[in-house]
Design a protein around this ligand. Structure first.
Ligand code: HEM
Length: 475
């Protein structure tokens, strides 16, 4: 719908403070503030962050309209704080032409077929992670699963991107460095009154230091790879594939700056999202013994004591249902932002040009019209028979429309693999005294980590080394 259509005036507005509007509530807990706004005012609610107008969208129908119409609802503009880290990679570019060119060049890199070449690297990381956990924790010891999942998913994306150069990237691309950068950008996203980036505050300085380290490493690796030329026998990793990607019309490849932006975007978009969902999945199954038992039966039946192959994953659908249900209850990218490029009408209300539109996946995934028992963890929601007839946007953890997550198959493959190997190996028990609170920064994290005890099961996996055949692609 665009300008000129009938509407009933502006969307209902959530209560807020004079001048500041809803800034304080958003900074305190954006999901809670938007949940309350949704319950009180409905699927489209107007908020104010100082002078910035924001519309919260909480139904699959309205979300579909927003995310599939990129002519009306564009990406945030140059003032998007995430640009300070990601530059103009796929996630943050607001230039439709250059986004489309790079998306077309990169699409084949993330196809299921290309990903099968990365499965072996994922299996190696997983085997290392099992060995690390065995070394680090005595049986029954307390483990922060969030920290462990961040560790292994960062290792997976690093190996897939840099293969043999991976050890050189570790300190610049440590979980701590990534954390400094992401928290900095998120804070600026929520608070229009943050001090200018060029002021010499300790936070600004720390951020610049992290980014200089990251950039130096990236540009160094890009230069070395360019100098070495295309590897014999084809691409070994994502970086080779990005270097080889060509625009179908002009035959041109990406500039160093474009490569740097796409690499950092892949890291930022591609590790924490999977890590937090895995963490929530382990928490949820620790609370539902019947789900854990069924998942254990599936892995025991299909794997015995082997590491999985891709063909094995296809025979373990219940594990994937668990992951999809975790993504429903705790979507790791809970809010998908857009900017209205012109005046428009949404849900019967006028939405002016220049408004931020926040598509709230957390609310959509619990929408009463589409989910009968939304607060209940039930992997059966994703059994084939129950998916039939559901609105296509009632579950959209990877977004929708032209910007649908390019890494969706990558994420599903690594999550499936990690769930299979860890569930086969351990029984998970959440420590009851540990507080579980969700906290939306850019991803939906457990605010205090996720403290559990792990108890080894009968079918122990080999701690290191990968048996012949593991990591082989499905035919
Ligand atoms: C559970 C894991 C993941 C979730 C929930 C997730 C979620 C999302 C969502 C909601 C979007 C849409 C953003 C928008 O429309 O503005 C998106 C885009 C994107 N994701 Fe993911 N993602 C995940 C994993 C990954 C992985 C593993 C990678 C890369 C290896 C990745 C790379 C990207 C990129 C590059 C985009 C931008 C696509 C574009 O605009 O063309 N994501 N993701």
């Amino acid at each position: 719908m665009t300008t000129g259509q009938q509407h009933n005036g502006l969307a209902p507005e959530a209560d807020g403070l004079p001048v500041l509007g809803n800034i304080v509530d958003f900074r305190k807990d954006i999901l809670d503030a938007m949940h309350q706004g949704w319950q009180e005012h409905g699927d489209l609610v107007r908020y104010r962050l100082g002078t910035v107008v924001v519309h919260g969208v909480s139904s699959p129908e309205l979300a579909g309209e927003v995310l599939t119409d990129s002519g009306t609802y564009g990406k945030l503009g140059p003032d998007n704080p995430l640009r300070l880290i990601l530059g103009e990679g796929l996630l943050t570019s607001d230039d439709h032409e250059s986004w489309m060119r790079n998306r077309r060049m990169m699409q084949p890199i993330y196809s299921k077929q290309a990903l099968s070449g990365m499965f072996h690297a994922m299996v190696e990381s997983t085997a290392d992670q099992l060995a690390h956990m065995e070394r680090s924790y005595a049986p029954g010891a307390e483990v922060d699963m969030h920290g462990e999942m961040m560790r292994v998913t960062l290792d997976i994306v690093s190996r897939c991107m840099f293969s043999t150069d991976v050890s050189r990237t570790r300190d610049k691309l440590s979980p701590e460095a990534v954390d400094v950068a992401v928290n900095y950008a998120f804070d600026r996203l929520q608070n229009p009154f943050s001090p200018p980036t060029e002021w010499p505050t300790p936070r600004n300085r720390r951020f610049r230091q992290v980014m200089e380290g990251l950039d130096g490493m990236m540009y160094g690796l890009i230069e070395e790879r360019r100098a070495a030329g295309a590897p014999e026998g084809g691409a070994k990793d994502l970086l080779d594939m990005l270097l080889a990607a060509r625009d179908a019309d002009t035959g041109e490849g990406m500039s160093d700056r474009e490569l740097r932006d796409e690499i950092i975007t892949t890291f930022a978009a591609g590790h924490e999202t999977t890590a937090v969902t895995l963490t929530w999945a382990f928490y949820l199954i620790s609370q539902h013994r019947e789900v854990l038992i069924r998942a254990q039966e599936e892995v025991d039946r299909e794997l015995g004591d082997r590491m999985p192959t891709m063909a094995d994953l296809a025979r373990m659908p219940y594990l994937l249902q668990i992951f999809e249900e975790a993504l429903r209850m705790y979507p790791s990218a809970p809010i998908v932002p857009r900017l209205t490029l012109k005046d428009t009408v949404l849900g019967g209300h006028h939405v002016p040009k220049g408004s931020r539109v926040l598509v709230n996946l957390f609310n959509i995934h619990r929408h009463q019209r589409h989910w009968t028992d939304a607060e209940h963890f039930a992997p059966e929601h994703f059994a084939a028979v129950n998916k039939k007839g559901r609105h296509r946007f009632a579950h959209m953890p990877f977004g929708a429309g032209p910007h649908l997550c390019i890494g969706k198959h990558f994420a599903l493959m690594e999550a499936h693999l990690l769930l299979a190997t860890l569930i086969r190996r351990y029984d998970f028990r959440h420590i009851p005294s540990h507080r579980v609170v969700n906290h939306a920064s850019i991803t939906l994290r457990p605010k205090f980590g996720m403290h559990m005890t792990l108890h080894e099961r009968r079918h122990a996996a080999p701690a290191a080394g990968i048996p012949a055949g593991a990591g082989a692609a499905a035919d």
